[in-house]
Write a protein that binds this ligand. Structure first.
Ligand code: NAP
Length: 255
């Protein structure tokens, strides 16, 4: 495999301004892809696009609120690799969970990937090649208390990914989920206080007693490790890997 095996391919990464999405954008660009970096915060998307070499290397930033279908319509559709990474969390018991927060999480984490697929699949089908990488979660396969919206959305994304795999197969399009345990990103850092309040423990105990309690490996995953798996799914040896969910969960699922 040459180091720039994605030269000539165009990628679109949602949530590309931060965390796992940013690491995916960096890895895809390093492998030669032109990368569209999409984020809610235009500043962070622009900073990542600049770091990838900017317009000269084909890295372009897009500001879009993925809960707005109209904003999705403004994004590029000539895309060979779609990475759905944008996401958000809200931790609260079901009885206190704000319905508008539940709806927003479904919009950003299930409806937006669906609308993006509708946009980009015709190009992938025409090119007879495409890669869809959905950043799911261990919570796409398992549940945790106080995360109703997130668990429901990730289970939905896993199903959407499998349907994409079935419909895309005749056109050389694969679709897979990467389903990590806890990754060292702003999303997890923001959760520590919320989890402490929900479980009635100190923030210091959240990592060992809540977040990593079911993981055999007792440390956070690095975003670059998730990005390496995403890159592998776009490589030349994974054309038969589709409709799958790759658990980067430190042994959580074995427990
Ligand atoms: P992150 O650093 O917070 O990144 C999430 C990104 O999504 C941010 O760039 C955020 O933009 C963007 N986003 C949120 N709402 C949006 C909206 N309405 N429109 C457009 N973009 C929006 O978190 P992360 O940990 O990298 O999360 C990336 C993905 O990995 C998520 O789908 C998450 O569920 C999944 N995941 C994370 C972990 C983990 O432990 N970190 C584990 C498993 C799965 P702003 O920064 O501008 O708000």
């Amino acid at each position: 495999m040459t180091s720039e095996f994605l030269r000539g391919r165009v990628a679109l990464v949602t949530g590309g301004g931060s965390g796992i999405g940013r690491a995916c954008a960096v890895a895809l660009a390093a492998a030669g892809a032109t990368v569209h970096v999409v984020d809610l915060d235009g500043g962070s998307a622009a900073a990542v696009a600049r770091a990838l070499g900017g317009r000269a290397r084909g890295a372009l930033a897009h500001t879009a609120d993925l809960s707005d279908p109209g904003a999705i319509e403004t994004l590029p559709d000539a895309v060979d690799i779609l990475v759905n990474s944008a996401g958000l969390q809200h931790v609260a018991p079901l009885t206190e969970f704000p319905p508008e927060r539940f709806t927003l999480i479904q919009q950003v984490m299930v409806t937006a990937p669906f609308l993006l697929l509708r946009r980009v699949l015709p190009h992938m089908y025409g090119a007879r090649w495409g890669r869809v990488v959905n950043i799911s979660s261990v919570h796409g396969l398992r549940a945790s208390a106080f995360k109703s919206a997130y668990v429901a959305a990730k289970h939905g994304l896993e199903g959407l990914s499998k349907v994409t795999a079935l419909e895309g197969a005749p056109y050389g399009v694969t679709s897979n989920c990467i389903s990590p345990g806890y990754v060292r990103t702003p999303l997890v850092e923001a959760q520590i206080e919320a989890q402490a309040a929900a479980h009635g423990i100190s923030p210091g105990d959240v990592l060992s007693e809540v977040l990593l309690a079911r993981s055999a490996i007792k440390r956070l995953i690095e975003p670059e490790d998730v990005a390496a798996a995403a890159l592998w799914l776009c490589g030349p040896h994974t054309g038969h890997l589709t409709g799958a969910s790759l658990p980067l969960d430190g042994g959580w699922g074995a427990n």
